[in-house]
Design a protein around this ligand. Structure first.
Ligand SMILES: Nc1ncnc2c1ncn2[C@@H]1O[C@H](COP(=O)(O)OP(=O)(O)OP(=O)(O)O)[C@@H](O)[C@H]1O
Ligand SMILES: [Mg+2]
Length: 316
């Protein structure tokens, strides 16, 4: 079914832009989705950035199929990275948490997942020149662990105005997995309207694990989880924002050697996330982080510290 192009159909695109597209012969959303952004820019006489945005939004409406590799490169060029607060952590992530991707934090209780999410909720607000996204943050909190006081402490330690930082974080408590799905589905509109550059889902899997118990329910659970993750990925790509989610670990008693803990969520989770970071407890306030199964990052283990400022490099 072809969707007729008209003002308002692509959220966040000005009607003057839509009119330019219509004038240059783009009458359906599909026609935009299948045209390289470079061509759209030329044909409709608009900036490359606008054309890219229009293209991404159109592709959220339709399945794009194959995309020219050159275009993926263009998209990756508009990608920006946000500091985690720890230089070492940023380094193993290839410079920080990136836009257009899902970064998954995996670890047992107390391994620092939520502390990293808190720190990023603060650092994402820093201007781009200072290692942030210069944007607002949206948090989907499924475990009611979001603590405004802790955010204020992190902001203060980092020399930022705590109240202003809190003002720029939007929080939604998800009561169950269905509610979580509804919240994720509402992101496209919210992200555009509220200038969101970072979306946090802490935890991505908790409700799903709690509600779908037993083998018989596993396939339904995985299907719903997969759909929700794919929506998050589309939002990350379409709006060039970062998505950070947390995941738990499960003990696998049959492990002969090494760490018996495995990430939950199975293949669906593993394949839906761009970067997976595995966290473990270290001595005292330190934690260990290792990037696993990344398409572009080497596996290297580093140490960071949980401090008043959120997360920081550990002292040697
Ligand atoms: N203000 C603070 N200063 C230093 N460390 C802190 C501070 N607040 C919390 N922590 C430390 O953070 C750790 C908890 O980490 P976090 O809440 O991120 O765990 P998590 O991985 O999210 O666990 P869960 O799976 O239970 O959600 C605790 O060890 C706690 O001591
Ligand atoms: Mg937590």
């Amino acid at each position: 079914m072809a969707e007729i192009l008209e003002p308002g159909i692509l959220k966040g695109v000005a009607s003057t832009t839509v009119n330019k597209l219509l004038k240059s012969g783009f009458t359906t959303v599909e026609s935009i989705a299948v045209t390289p952004a470079r061509e759209i820019a030329e044909m409709a006489g608009m900036g490359r950035d606008t054309a890219l945005k229009v293209c991404r939004l159109a592709r959220m409406h339709v399945d794009p199929g194959f995309v020219p590799a050159l275009e993926i490169l263009d998209m990756r060029k508009s990608m920006i990275k946000c500091t985690t607060g720890s230089g070492e952590f940023d380094r193993i992530l290839g410079g920080g948490v990136e836009t257009g991707a899902i970064t998954e934090l995996i670890g047992e209780f107390g391994s620092g997942k939520t502390q990293i999410c808190f720190t990023l909720s603060v650092t994402a607000q820093l201007p781009v020149e200072e290692g942030g996204f210069g944007g607002n943050v949206c948090v989907i909190d499924t475990e009611s662990t979001f603590m405004p006081e802790r955010i204020m402490q992190i902001a203060e330690e980092r020399g930022m105005d705590p109240t202003k930082v809190l003002e720029r974080i939007l929080i939604a408590r998800a009561y169950n997995s269905e509610h979580q799905i509804i919240l994720v589905n509402s992101l496209p509109e919210l992200v555009e309207k509220s200038g969101i550059k970072l979306v946090v889902v802490d935890s991505m899997i908790g409700h799903f694990r709690g509600e779908y118990i037993g083998r018989g329910n596993l396939s339904e659970r995985q299907q719903k989880l997969g759909a929700c993750l794919s929506k998050l990925m589309r939002v990350a790509e379409a709006f060039n924002i970062a998505v950070v989610i947390t995941n738990q670990v499960m003990a696998t008693p049959d492990t002969m050697y090494g760490d018996p803990n495995k990430p939950t969520g199975g293949h669906v989770m593993a394949h839906s996330c761009t970067h997976r970071v595995y966290l473990r407890k270290g001595r005292q306030n330190t934690r260990l982080a290792r990037v696993i199964d990344s398409p572009s990052l080497p596996e290297e283990k580093i140490r960071f510290a949980l401090t008043a400022a959120g997360i920081e490099d550990a002292e040697e």
